[in-house]
Ligand binder design. Structure first.
Ligand code: SF4
Length: 617
């Protein structure tokens, strides 16, 4: 049905385009001898009360209807899309203000608003369709905002932000194309409605004015003579019905083809606030640290107030080293990486310190973050398939990043992109530049993501579980690649993982996280040889080695507590086999027990108790 409807609309467009050539008579030429004529050879669709040829007037009306629809849709798209795009992408106060204005317009009856605009600007086709376009713009703004809220959470949009691209570029290049499909469906629907409203306004005498022929004017004039010649009303009536029906069928067809329901709006975002807070006394930042996080605290808005998801995280990453950030799901690893890139969800409250090359970023304007993302710190995500834009070739995505950051021409960017693909081990890089992400295997796609991250020549690479979605063989290859890059390019890597085996393989130092806190930091050798925190010991015990009896895998009893349920004591107390009374009532200090080695446990605090020689977990 949708195909037949689309065919009808194509025919309608051709009729509108060729109207002057197709009309057998002048649409306004009167011939009283033919007044009220029925179907005949001279007048195929009859003639009206003035003997004007109905077919000619219908064809002229088709042209006017199509022009009217185009005008209304153009106004709607030009006004509605930017409003929705900015509101959805910016979020916070901008979103709230724009959406409240939209709500005010939506609360008014549409036809009343249209008539008010026409009354202010005067009757006529241009004014009427401008009014209709403004009505549609409000609805399109809401639709686009909803789609943007969904699209901006996609990893490839985050990846584009991380590359340091300005917001307007990310909006136009990465967000807008992906809201185009639901927008297209809506536009098809509104085109039909625009024709209907144009006919209605003309029928009421506030749209196109007689003697110009439109379907609405024809209907309006026909009502007086309905009993003399019903065809005068039936012909434009059938035309309006068929056209609106065709637009609806095409919109339905598009909707079912692309399933736009996936673009439902998400709950409204809340503005991000930051403050630097008071930095807890922790080990001083390493002098050569590129990324230095100190006492980082992050709260997210919850149903019953702020929920603390990071509670004093401190870590350093220097060039040429791999720092593992390890812990169970929900321990705050990914939140730490997002905070380090300034990509926390809207409404997050941030305190503490994040320094990159000595520049404080907590509380810094977006411009400062853009100077860091991509250029100083780049990110590699867990799922390469989602980190790449499916609508563009990898060559295009890579070249764009190179051009943006290195300010080079197209051919230089292309040459550099081929080099980068070759550097990360993509075979036949020149040929593969033309391929789309779905044509790459998981491992190859992850290499492309790494190449894009390297395009900005960052000093630090944050790799957020980059091998989790890959098979074991591919995992090993990607890990080897990261180590090569560290050795060859000297980049520092913050490697986020829940896999202690990977930490042992590739990391120089490690920070163990639990319930939003770093509970132990140490060199990897020390951590594995002599773990100090009971949670670290439990993690190591739960990691099967080659000799383990795999029929019964060791686990850590209990679960990571939800942040909103945390009390005053140690977050691990409920699962800790060596907990003492103090653990349940007061938070353990972060104690430095050696150079580069800290533990958050009362048992490690020399002031409270000596660390037992041996504990079983
Ligand atoms: S502070 Fe107490 S509960 Fe927490 S890890 Fe140390 S011993 Fe266990």
């Amino acid at each position: 049905m949708a195909v037949a409807a689309a065919g009808f609309l194509v025919l309608l467009s051709l009729v509108a385009l060729l109207a002057p050539l197709l009309t057998p008579y002048d649409p306004n030429a009167t011939d009283f001898g033919s007044a009220f004529a029925g179907f005949s050879v001279d007048h195929w669709l009859g003639a009206d009360q003035l003997g004007r040829d109905t077919l000619s007037r219908l064809i002229e009306g088709t042209q006017i209807a199509v022009i009217a629809g185009i005008e209304a849709i153009t106004v709607a798209v030009l006004v509605g899309v930017p409003i929705g795009l900015i509101a959805g992408y910016a979020g916070g106060i901008t979103d709230r203000i724009l959406m409240r204005l939209v709500d005010v317009f939506l609360s008014l009856p549409g036809m009343l608003v249209a008539l008010a605009i026409i009354a202010a600007l005067g009757p006529g086709l241009v004014t009427a369709m401008f009014a209709v376009g403004m009505l549609f713009a409000i609805r399109i703004a809401r639709l686009v905002r909803g789609s943007v809220l969904s699209t901006r959470e996609e990893l490839y949009v985050t990846a584009a932000q991380l590359s340091g691209a300005p917001s307007w570029w990310v909006m136009l290049r990465y967000v807008l194309p992906n809201v185009a499909i639901p927008l297209l469906v809506e536009v098809a629907l509104y085109f039909g409605v625009a024709l209907l409203i144009e006919a209605m306004l003309s029928f009421l005498g506030v749209g196109v004015q007689p003697p110009q022929a439109t379907w609405g004017v024809m209907l309006s004039e026909a009502r007086t003579y309905f009993y003399q010649q019903p065809l005068l009303a039936i012909v434009p009536g059938v035309m309006i019905t068929l056209t609106v029906l065709a637009f609806n069928l095409v919109a339905d067809g598009l909707a079912s083809a692309v399933n736009p329901t996936s673009a439902r709006p998400k709950p409204k975002a809340i503005a991000t606030e930051t403050d630097t807070g008071t930095v807890e006394s922790v080990e001083a930042a390493a002098p050569d640290a590129v990324l230095s996080v100190r006492n980082l605290r992050v709260s997210l808005p919850g149903d019953h107030g702020p929920v603390p998801v990071l509670r004093g995280v401190s870590l350093d990453v220097c060039r040429g080293e791999v720092v593992g950030l390890v812990g169970e799901s929900g321990s705050g690893k990914s939140m730490t990486s997002l905070a380090s890139m300034g990509l926390l969800p809207s409404g997050a409250h941030v305190a503490g310190s994040i320094r990159c090359d000595g520049t404080e970023l907590v509380g810094a304007p977006e411009r400062a973050w853009r100077g860091v993302r991509g250029k100083k710190i780049a990110m590699v995500f867990q799922e390469p398939g989602k980190a790449l834009d499916p609508s563009m070739t990898v060559g295009h995505q890579l070249s764009e990043t190179v051009r943006m950051h290195r300010r080079v021409g197209r051919s230089a960017a292309r040459a550099e992109s081929i080099k980068l693909l070759a550097r990360v081990g993509v075979p036949e890089p020149e040929r593969r530049m033309k391929d789309y992400p779905h044509q790459f295997s998981g491992g190859m796609a992850q290499r492309v993501v790494i190449a894009i991250a390297l395009a900005c020549e960052p000093e630090i690479l944050i790799a957020d579980e980059p091998t989790t979605a890959l098979d074991v063989t591919t995992q090993a290859q990607v890990l080897d690649l990261l180590i090569d890059l560290k050795d060859d390019l000297g980049v520092g890597i913050l490697f986020i993982t829940h896999d202690l085996g990977v930490v042992a393989d590739i990391c120089d130092r490690a920070a163990v996280m639990y319930a939003g806190e770093v509970v132990e930091t140490a060199s990897v050798d020390d951590l594995f040889a002599d773990p100090q925190h009971p949670y670290t010991k439990a993690l190591l015990t739960a990691t099967p080695d080659d000799d383990a009896d795999l029929s019964r895998l060791p686990t850590i009893p209990g679960q990571v507590p939800r942040p909103e349920t945390l009390g005053a004591g140690c977050a691990f107390a409920g699962r800790c086999p060596v907990a003492i009374d103090t653990c349940h009532t007061s938070a353990p200090p972060f104690v430095q027990i050696d150079e580069g080695r800290q533990v958050r446990c009362v048992l490690a605090d020399p002031a409270s108790q000596v660390i037992p020689e041996k504990e079983t977990v």
